[in-house]
Design a protein around this ligand. Structure first.
Ligand SMILES: C=C(CC[C@@H](C)[C@H]1CC[C@H]2C3=CC[C@H]4[C@H](C)[C@@H](O)CC[C@]4(C)[C@H]3CC[C@]12C)C(C)C
Ligand SMILES: C[S@@+](CC[C@H](N)C(=O)[O-])C[C@H]1O[C@@H](n2cnc3c(N)ncnc32)[C@H](O)[C@@H]1O
Length: 359
């Protein structure tokens, strides 16, 4: 090969890599760039070890004995996945029913707006987003309702990301904090409403989470949560059902999936009145898992990008393992949706009574 051919080949390969990584770039339009994939607050050299620790802790979620350690591992999980989620999904870390004729982005926003419509807040009122991720929902909800939204996430890296995104939308007021839902730094009766979108599923004890949210809400105000649950179709004696649910639990940092029937009982136990309960995944809603299934080629492309970036030392070692775990998790989630044994959007709407029993 003469030097001109060599030069042209090298230029073509370099151009191809640039196009693959930077132009094809984010799997989700306007998402994070592949070149910026990191381990969140974990330093690059520790990502692989943290992944291994996460995996051995969550491998058999039903056997987790030390519930106190769950929040730490949920935090580790979000250090590992936050950039990949933003890159491949966007700034809202949840599902929504697909809506014919609407983009995924619009379907996501509509699902978020429904939450704040349900809690009936007025412009300027203070509401809480318990488990806010990088703030995709809080920005949509603030824009739609003109309420002042305060977000809480256990993960410090997500606070940084959320603050960065929030800055670009200076016309509404936001705050994000690093705090554990179980000990929120807020006074009793301080919010005019609250919501959680696919977040309370990480807690070992839902009762403790609901009790803390109840504490900070004003009497008469409403709380809505989209819960991850097994449905009435789930059978514990069916091996495939158990495999699918365990696959979802360990790939999503869940210390044990709840039954749909546990949710309202828990809300009532802490003092809430249950106003409405509905599985938003049920027909006529269109499949929420469509978005996960449609991207086989995109997943493959993402895998190649992650392998290349890890090999050349741009993405931390361990990113390939995390990506592979998510790839498998996507399959379990789709199977959970298709079989109807799992829903990520069991909606519960609760009211804190005007007069509480302690008064
Ligand atoms: C509510 C939670 C998260 C729900 C979803 C936002 C995420 C669940 C599984 C994630 C993904 C799976 C496959 C990834 C793919 C292999 C990669 O190339 C690009 C990102 C994914 C699509 C990723 C995106 C986010 C999810 C859909 C849980 C944690 C309670
Ligand atoms: C799947 S994400 C959903 C985020 C957001 N609701 C959205 O839809 O984009 C779950 C969120 O719950 C938060 N979370 C989980 N357990 C928590 C805890 N104990 N305290 C505070 N936040 C927690 C995580 O940090 C993460 O931000």
């Amino acid at each position: 090969m003469d030097s001109v051919t060599l030069y042209c080949t090298a230029a073509l390969v370099a151009g191809g890599i640039y196009w693959f990584v930077c132009v094809l770039g984010p799997a989700e339009r306007k998402g994070k760039r592949a070149l910026d994939l990191s381990g969140g607050s974990i330093s690059a050299e520790n990502v692989k070890d943290n992944y291994n620790q996460y995996w051995s802790f969550f491998r058999k979620p039903k056997e987790i004995e030390t519930a106190e350690k769950v929040p730490d591992f949920v935090d580790t999980f979000y250090n590992l996945v936050t950039d990949i989620y933003e890159w491949g999904w966007g700034q809202s870390f949840h599902f929504s029913p697909s809506i014919p004729g609407k983009s995924d982005k619009d379907a996501t926003r509509i699902h978020e707006e429904m939450a704040v419509d349900l809690i009936k807040v007025k412009p300027g009122q203070k509401i809480l987003d318990a488990g806010c991720g990088v703030g995709g929902p809080m920005r949509a909800i603030a824009a739609h309702s003109k309420a002042h939204v305060t977000g809480i996430t256990i993960n410090d890296y997500q606070v940084k990301r959320a603050k960065l995104h929030n800055k670009k939308r200076a016309w509404t007021i936001y705050a994000t904090s690093f705090a554990v839902i179980l000990q929120m730094p807020f006074d009793d009766n301080s919010f005019d409403g609250a919501y959680s979108i696919e977040a309370t599923c990480h807690a070992p004890k839902l009762e403790e989470v609901y009790a803390e949210i109840y504490r900070v809400m004003k009497p008469g105000s409403l709380y809505v949560s989209y819960e991850w649950v097994t449905t009435d179709k789930y059978r514990d004696d069916d091996e495939e059902h158990r495999e699918v649910i365990q696959g979802i639990e360990r790939g999503d940092a869940l210390p044990g999936m709840r039954k749909y029937s546990d949710i309202a009982a828990t809300a009532r136990k802490v003092g809430f009145e249950v106003v409405q309960e509905k599985d938003l995944a049920k027909p006529p809603a269109k499949p929420w898992w469509n978005r996960l299934k449609m991207g086989r080629v995109a997943y493959w492309r993402n895998h190649v990008v992650v392998v290349v970036l890890s090999a050349v030392g741009i993405a931390p070692k361990g990113t390939v393992d995390v990506h592979e775990m998510l790839f498998k998790t996507a399959d379990y989630l789709s199977r959970g949706g298709e079989t109807g044994i799992f829903s990520p959007m069991h909606m519960i709407l609760c009211r804190k009574p005007e007069k509480t029993s302690s008064e």
